[in-house]
Write a protein that binds this ligand. Structure first.
Ligand SMILES: NC(=O)c1ccc[n+]([C@@H]2O[C@H](COP(=O)([O-])OP(=O)(O)OC[C@H]3O[C@@H](n4cnc5c(N)ncnc54)[C@H](O)[C@@H]3O)[C@@H](O)[C@H]2O)c1
Length: 350
């Protein structure tokens, strides 16, 4: 499925726990790790934010491999979570489970509090008790909020979130920092930038546009097309995550977070890493690339910027490059084509 170019020495004896393993990104990360011989324990609460059949189908594929152990459990179920930790003693945790999406956070903020704040807290409590070697946690470019300086750098202030989704992810980051500091837990925070690819999320632009264009329905073009996203292909994202598993932030020189021009020295083995393509694409270009691949024009409805949305996202990935030597490199048209091929096959469209 996802074919990666580089392999680094990560011990295969260590159990890896992935939360959100039936989700878009969790599925791909789990698939890659098990296909490389790692033992992966996947936890997913199968929330109904979008079509649960898609989630179940992702888990079914992973379950074909004997090295994958699936649990349909919410992180909010402390008893089950604790049993899983006792049974498998995972040394590496990749925390991807979350209530995602900017717009839905206006409709159902409770779900963000439950999953992103309480769910993460429950996980951190288990991590604290179980001698975990490295926890890697998904955050988002949305935390850059009202920042106008581009590209977004990990040291930029993130105290002006524009949506409750962003607020809940800032809370995730902050909680993990205090646990890292107090209990010396090596922690990496990923800030992902608009991830796309096969098995993608039905609430995201590429999926919605493809479905609407093929079904002759109108697509909403937000901010009249004048917005940019740093679209990141799933294979590139998985490659970056894989390489970062081995980059535990545990050395003293990594324990300094620079905030503005001040250096604040903290003892936490904790760092934030942007993972993005570092090449913002205009929404209009994104749509025309998709139209070319589908050989069909979209019916467009131009609408204003939606509350909570950023006008542009653009990742500074110097830190990712210096830690891993890797830079995302999939061309937008190649990535979209791979998505469209998967979409047509999955939904049996000729
Ligand atoms: N896809 C992107 O472009 C993108 C961008 C930035 C950040 N992220 C972050 O990356 C992570 C993965 O995103 P994704 O696109 O795969 O989303 P996704 O919705 O496909 O996957 C998340 C999974 O977590 C599960 N889940 C939610 N709450 C849970 C809980 N309390 N307990 C157990 N399982 C729970 C859901 O059932 C779902 O399968 C999320 O943390 C998301 O916020 C994604």
């Amino acid at each position: 499925m996802v074919e990666l170019k580089s392999k680094k020495s990560l011990s295969k004896n260590k159990n890896i726990l992935i939360t959100g393993s039936a989700g878009f990104i969790g599925f791909h990360v789990a698939d890659t790790l098990i296909s490389r011989g790692f033992k992966v324990i996947g936890i997913d609460g199968m929330t109904d934010y979008y079509d649960t059949t898609l989630k179940k189908n992702r888990h079914e594929i992973l379950k074909k491999n004997a090295n994958f152990y699936a649990y349909e459990v919410m992180l909010n179920d402390k008893v089950s979570l604790s049993k899983i930790f006792k049974k498998y003693n995972p040394k590496i945790i990749i925390h991807l489970a979350a209530q995602a999406g900017v717009r839905y956070s206006f409709k159902n903020p409770d779900s963000y509090l439950d999953s992103n704040v309480l769910g993460t807290y429950n996980l951190l409590e288990e991590v604290k008790k179980n001698n975990v070697e490295h926890i890697l946690i998904a955050s988002t470019s949305s935390v850059y909020g009202a920042n106008t300086k581009l590209p977004f750098n990990e040291n930029d202030n993130c105290n002006l979130p524009k949506s409750f989704y962003a607020s809940s992810k800032i809370a995730t980051e902050a909680m993990s920092h205090s646990y890292s500091l107090l209990y010396c837990i090596p922690t990496t925070i990923f800030r992902f930038f608009t991830v796309y690819g096969p098995w993608g999320r039905p609430d995201m632009a590429l999926f919605k546009f493809t479905s609407s264009i093929l079904n002759n329905k109108k697509i909403n073009v937000y901010n009249f097309g004048r917005m940019k996203r740093d679209f990141t292909f799933i294979n590139d994202l998985v490659e970056a995550i894989f390489l970062l598993i081995n980059k535990k932030p545990d050395k003293p020189e990594n324990r300094v977070q620079k905030i503005k021009n001040d250096s604040i020295s903290v003892a936490a083995p904790w760092r934030i890493v942007n993972i993005g393509n570092s090449e913002p694409i205009e929404l209009t270009k994104f749509i025309s690339t998709l139209e070319n691949i589908l050989c069909k024009k979209a019916k467009k409805k131009y609408v204003c910027l939606q509350p909570g949305d950023l006008i542009e996202t653009y990742s500074d990935i110097k830190l990712l490059k210096s830690l891993t030597g890797f830079k995302p490199n999939t061309k937008l048209s190649d990535g979209i084509e791979q998505f469209v091929n998967w979409y047509k096959e999955y939904y049996k469209i000729k």
